[in-house]
Design a protein around this ligand. Structure first.
Ligand code: GLN
Length: 284
């Protein structure tokens, strides 16, 4: 029999302490705070074996989020599986921008209508775990959110997350705009695949385990972005906006694509590292 403290100390040579705590907490169904407060607790054989197996998989490179089955995004826990991209903190910028835009739009709309208007119509392309769409739907209950993905498996994960968090949104299988003919939206958001196919990062770290169609997109990484931007004007209401996340070196290309598609007032925003990560334009 070993204590929590002994097991964590022994793991330290092989895993970062924070990861070891997350994995052991997961095995025990306890928070990391509990582990710290109860480090003299004895672990049974089953717990030791489960922890050893998770620790070995982590050492083999599997992402912590897939081992735990969830990742936090915008203050909520989203279930994840290897069918979906693991939510990343930089994508929270996209959510912040979308929230600000919808709140401005709704205020203007309601003032003009002088009455209760319909909520903003929002579309999330390539929703994956649903983290963007579900967050927007929960943060703006009046919004009508539609989320699409080409992957049936991803839609199942998004659907399970929406159900668990009681978010109301429409989930649709669609290759980008493919299944949305004739519909228009006030806001389109997307975190599409944008890594170049030959980028060595795809063969490193967590990216090895994530679904390739959610990461890579053509030789320059811009295939999906080109398709989305070119088609977006047809699916936007007048004044409607498209916001997208893109790669660290794609800001200029994305700005040009937005302008070429007739989307004006292009705005670009930096992440905490100072890299332009999110760009958006408006249908004038
Ligand atoms: N930001 C991710 C990465 O480079 C890529 C996600 C994406 O392609 N949408 O790790």
């Amino acid at each position: 029999m070993s204590t929590v403290a002994a097991v964590l100390a022994a793991a330290r040579t092989r895993l970062p302490a924070s990861e070891a705590r997350l994995l052991l907490g997961h095995v025990l169904g306890r928070s990391t705070a509990w582990l710290i407060a109860h480090d003299d607790e004895l672990l049974d054989e089953a717990a030791l074996l489960s922890f050893a197996s998770l620790a070995a998989r982590r050492r083999g490179g599997e992402p912590v989020a897939y081992l735990l089955g969830y990742r936090e995004f915008y203050g909520r826990e989203f279930m994840v599986s290897p069918s979906v991209l693991i939510p990343r903190p930089e994508t929270e910028i996209l959510v912040d921008l979308a929230l600000a835009e919808v709140r401005i739009r709704d205020r203007a709309f309601l003032a003009a209508a002088g009455a209760e208007g319909e909520g903003a119509r929002i579309l999330d392309l390539g929703t994956g775990s649903g983290c963007i769409a579900i967050t927007l739907s929960l943060e703006i209950p009046s919004a009508q959110v539609c989320a699409v993905d080409a992957s049936e498996a991803a839609l199942r994960v998004a659907g399970a997350n929406a159900k668990r968090m009681k978010a109301s949104l429409r989930l649709l299988r669609s290759d980008w705009f493919g299944a949305l003919r004739g519909e228009t939206f006030d806001l389109i958001v997307t975190n599409p695949p944008y890594v170049a196919e030959a980028d060595p990062h795809l063969a490193a770290d967590d990216l090895r385990y994530e679904p390739p169609p959610a990461l890579a997109s053509g030789t320059d990484g811009l295939d999906a972005i080109r398709r989305i931007i070119a088609a977006a004007p047809k699916y936007l209401t007048p004044g409607g906006q498209l916001w997208l996340e893109h790669g660290y070196d794609q800001a200029d290309a994305v700005r040009e694509l937005l302008s070429a598609a007739g989307l004006g007032t292009v705005e670009q925003h930096r992440d905490v590292a100072g890299i332009v990560r999110v760009s958006g334009g408006r249908l004038l």
